[in-house]
Each structure stands twice: as C-alpha cells, then as structure tokens.
Design a protein around this ligand. Structure first.
Ligand SMILES: Nc1ncnc2c1ncn2[C@@H]1O[C@H](COP(=O)(O)OP(=O)(O)OP(=O)(O)O)[C@@H](O)[C@H]1O
Ligand SMILES: [Mg+2]
Length: 197
C-alpha cells in the first residue's frame, strides 16, 4: 500500500499517525516511512532506533523504496493544492487527520474541497486527539458524517502517552498502562481498516 498523511493544519497528529500506522503495517509487510516534512519530525522520532520499521527522508528514500511493500509519506502541514493532488495520484490512499477542534474541521473540509475539485476520491479522514468528555468530540463525528465524508471507524483518543512515546522514540504500544493499550488498539484498527479494504 502507498499511503500519504496530509492536512492543511499543523499539529493534528500526522507524524504520530504515520509512526503508529507504520508500526502496525510492519507486522504485515516491510514498511518504509518517508519523512517529507522539512522539520524531519519522524526522523527525529526514529533517532533512538526503537522503531520496528525504516524511516528515510524524501531525498534519501529512492534506494529503499523497492525493498518495502508499504510506503507511508508523512507530509508537512499545509501543502499546496498541487502537492495534495500529486499525493493523491501517487498514492493509494490519503489519510487526513483532524482533531475535533472546529478550526481543524474547517481546514479538513477545505482540503476535501480541493480534492473533490480534481475528482480525487482516495482519501479518508481520521479523528485524532478525541477527548470523549468534551462536546466538540461528540459533535465532530456527526459534523463529518453529515457532510458525507469518508471517516475511519477508529478514533484516536487524546492521551498524554503519545507525547511520552515521541519523546522516547517509541510508540504507545511500548507502554503497558491500559489507556496506552487502548490507544494502540485504535491505530491497529486504522491499519486493519486500510488492509481489509
Ligand atoms: N492522540 C493524541 N493525544 C495527545 N497528544 C497527541 C496525540 N496525537 C499527537 N499528539 C501530540 O500533538 C503534537 C502534534 O502531533 P504531531 O507532531 O503528530 O502532529 P503533526 O500534524 O505531524 O504536526 P506538524 O504539522 O507540525 O507536522 C505532538 O506533541 C504530539 O505528541
Ligand atoms: Mg508532523
């Protein structure tokens, strides 16, 4: 599978999603994460060498691509419209992570409008940083469903363990507390939804 993770907004969980999804996909086939962000966040995450899959910069990925069956591209925030369309044509699926925050939802709708304008349909929205106690989190799903947008069944909970995992170059899979376990399960479910389609 060729998957790109993109959004018009920063900080919505693109890199966190790329890392955790790759960790799941690696259990299926050799997986390469291409860090296409100038900030090189995924490469920094991988620096401790605790991850089960390979990570490369865009410039450094060419020789590695043929050795991998799943390739996941982690984009910078706010790609240009042409970049978004290039991603859609060059990948099987674009994942658009969004938090339930209304500004992030608004940017998600704008990204979808860009894609629709070019008849692109291979995208799916992933709700991230979902705090079930907040009103926003309860209404976000309804809002997206009301607009008939394709949405992952799995939702990623708001959890401090994600911060901890990134600081230690790990995934939440490596933490044994029950909330981290549940959060990992959600990323596993995202991976399953992708592979079973
Ligand atoms: N589900 C979550 N719960 C709590 N914190 C999270 C979650 N997902 C991501 N974060 C935290 O939110 C911040 C932004 O996440 P991340 O870097 O994955 O977003 P991004 O979309 O890649 O950002 P950028 O646009 O800057 O590349 C990080 O500090 C990360 O640890
Ligand atoms: Mg990022």
């Amino acid at each position: 599978m060729l998957i790109a993770i993109a959004s018009l907004k920063g900080g919505v969980g693109k890199t966190t999603t790329a890392i955790h999804l790759c960790s799941y996909l690696q259990t299926d086939r050799p997986t390469l994460l291409i860090d296409a962000d100038r900030n090189r966040s995924a490469l920094v995450w991988a620096r401790e060498e605790n991850l089960s899959f390979n990570v490369a910069s865009q410039a450094g990925s060419a020789a590695l691509i043929p050795q991998h069956q799943h390739i996941v591209t982690d984009m910078k925030a706010g790609p240009e419209e042409v970049e978004l369309i290039d991603l859609a044509t060059g990948n099987n699926l674009i994942i658009i992570p969004t938090t339930p925050n209304h500004l992030d939802l608004d940017a998600t709708v704008k990204a979808v409008e860009m894609l629709k304008k070019h008849n692109v349909n291979n995208y799916k929205i992933l709700l991230t940083k979902v705090d079930s106690r907040t009103v926003n989190s309860r209404t976000a799903k309804k809002f997206l469903e009301g607009k008939n947008l394709p949405l992952f069944k799995a939702e990623i909970p708001l959890l401090i363990a994600f911060e901890k995992a990134s600081q230690n170059g790990k995934t939440v899979k490596d933490y044994s507390d029950s909330r981290a376990k549940q959060a990992w399960k959600q990323y596993e479910n995202v991976g399953k939804e992708i592979l079973n389609n």
